[in-house]
Write a protein that binds this ligand. Structure first.
Ligand code: CP
Length: 306
């Protein structure tokens, strides 16, 4: 059941809509490694990526997801576009609408940018990350990966660790995980996680050992220096020793804990290399699942529109 023009956030999605996306992704996964399974089911769709912020995983996996389903996929190349001559977001979108684009995938530093675009264009809009607000497709691929390994969400203990304050990934995951019945703990230094986040139905901790104890899933997050003016802690070495996830801290989690990270990973800061590459890590699987989830989202949006 998915009947929306746009995918803007997990805050507004129902449990049923989230599960529809995850189940559709399941049917897409074999197209990634097996070119013979790829198809032309979206050959009538034209997709454009508009990334006002840098990306490796999200942009490339959306472009490949469209390719694997036979859509026409183009990148605006924001840094060489008329955005640099002062053209605004709405005018950019209206121009792309006129060129016959069906789906616009936007990443922007401004909270609400995807919502503004969606209100002003005929095309379906997918939020690929807006400021510190939401990154819904990252959370959906995280949910998919958790479901793949744990087979359930109800009662799972999920700890999200790091720069919570500036993380759209954390917010989207909190909306999704709490709707699906998981117990979420947000942890980090007091400069990067606030008690006010308890209003989202989560626990908040500034003690990494407490936060990781009995966890089924630990998700590390990068410190987003680009979104803050002052250093939120004295230096990286101190941050890493107090809040970095290493194999000694991971021993407090359950034996079959999953270690996740949306990427890019700053090795030796939020995760030790030993943990990032260790037996509990599903970080590379998350990347693969991102393609399947994004194929599912494109398919559901196109089926609704055509
Ligand atoms: N996780 C994520 O959004 O990665 P990119 O910034 O590389 O897209």
């Amino acid at each position: 059941m998915f009947n929306r023009k746009d995918l803007l956030g997990l805050r507004e999605l129902s449990e049923l809509e989230i599960m529809t996306i995850l189940e559709t992704a399941q049917s897409m996964k074999d197209k990634i490694d097996n070119p013979a399974k790829r198809c032309q089911s979206l050959k009538q769709a034209s997709i454009v990526t508009l990334f006002y912020e840098n990306s490796t995983r999200t942009k490339m996996s959306f472009m490949l997801a469209g390719d694997y389903l036979g859509a026409m996929v183009k990148d605006l190349g924001v840094s060489t576009s008329s955005v640099n001559k002062g053209e605004g977001l709405i005018d950019t979108g209206i121009n792309l609408d006129q060129m016959g684009i069906n789906i616009m995938i936007i990443r922007h530093s401004m909270t609400g940018a995807a919502h503004i675009l969606a209100k002003n264009v005929k095309a379906n809009v997918i939020n690929a990350g807006d400021g510190t607000n939401e990154h819904p497709t990252q959370a959906l691929l995280d949910l998919y990966t958790i479901m793949e390994y744990k087979k359930r969400f109800e009662g799972l203990n999920v700890t999200i660790l790091g720069d919570i304050a500036h993380s759209r990934v954390a917010r989207s995951n909190v909306f999704g995980l709490t709707k699906l019945g998981a117990n979420v703990t947000l942890a980090g230094p007091s400069t990067l996680v606030s008690n006010s986040m308890k209003s989202l139905g989560v626990k908040v901790s500034t003690n990494i050992q407490d936060a990781v104890s009995n966890a089924d899933v630990v998700m590390g997050l990068r410190i987003q220096f680009e979104r803050q003016k002052a250093m939120p802690f004295p230096n990286l070495r101190e941050y890493s020793s107090l809040f970095g996830l290493n194999s000694d801290i991971l021993k407090y989690a359950k034996e079959d804990v999953l270690v996740m990270h949306p990427g890019p990973v700053n090795r030796g800061v939020e995760l030790s290399t030993e943990v990032a590459d260790g037996k509990h890590s599903v970080i590379n699987i998350q990347v693969k699942n991102g393609v399947a989830v994004r194929m599912a989202i494109l398919k559901l949006l196109v089926e609704r529109s055509i």
